[in-house]
Write a protein that binds this ligand. Sequence first.
Ligand SMILES: *Cc1c(COP(=O)(O)O)cnc(C)c1O
Length: 370
Amino acid sequence: MSSQPLIRPEVAGLPDYNAGLALDRFRSVYGIDAVAKLDSNESPLGPSPAAVQAIRDAAAGVGRYPDASDEALRQGIGQANGVDPDTVILGNGSEDLIGAIYRAVLRPGDRVVTICPSFGLHEFGARACGAVVDKVSFPPDWRFPADALIAALAQPARILIFSSPSNPAGPAVPQADFAQLLAAVPQGALVVFDEAYREYLSDDLAFDALAMLREAGHPWVSLRTLSKAYGLAGARVGYGICSDAELVRALRKTRNPFAINALAGAAALAALQDTGHLARVVALTTSERNRVAQGLRATGYEVAPSHGNFLFFRTPDRAADFAEALRRQGVLIKAWQEEPFLDWARVTIANRSENDAFLAAIPAVRSGAR
Ligand SMILES: *Cc1c(COP(=O)(O)O)cnc(C)c1O
């Protein structure tokens, strides 16, 4: 018996999703403890203690279904962002919302425009819906490819989606480029602006993206997550701020009804209120990011300019081999698996000792490779 003929060709043709290795999986596969887990852009400080306490407090209540309307959390998000809670949609991670958006909007044969290298799920879910994904590459100097995107948008497109700061590359879209890009979006197309790393943006690059999206007059979603700077990756909480309540209503039909479980919802609400914890994470990350970038450049590696909690750098040989050699020393990074970036890898910026473990492991990898 084979289930293979059952599977839609769009799904059968997709690669397996290249997720990071959970710590206990790493230990059982490699037989050693990880010394630095730098493959999933998690926060070195973990969640706010208030979020952990909120999970404890909510634990006894898990016999009941959570609030399907996500009322309290949507109110909190509305308040934190100065937006109407009725334009907020919650997801089981913002990944869940990317899929929900695609399922609500894409018809087979539709065109989705994005950048390259890019977050795999921006492409993945679109292809699963039978859409064609058109990827515009960053240029060698890593300037944001606004002109190439604008050229790509001259053809009919249903969705423009990209992250800024961009995972895995690191650059953020400058405000002037964002304005030009929005002006080039075809009538009726949806703009999905994935701001998973927005908390790490320096003041000189931050701008009011929501105001610009509103002004541009297209339907839009701004995606945010509690997984990165808020340190709640395991709780799975993401959200979208949408152009209008109608879009929220559609997304509620294509996501899971109880996407936010009771523990995750309680943790997220507490995490959003702990602005001191967030500030500590961002301060640690930005200073360590500069230090690790210097260390990589001193080794002779090319490093893309990053405004996220990670660095994208060119490896001396195939990134998959480089990452495997590091794993044998207990250091986990993410080898990129997207043409033409097979000799590039992404390393998460963690605390000082983990970052040092990463930098210290490189010379042994290089000599082993010769
Ligand atoms: C990590 C990430 C997300 C979302 O992660 P969730 O854990 O699903 O919220 C979304 N977009 C980008 C670009 C990311 O890097």
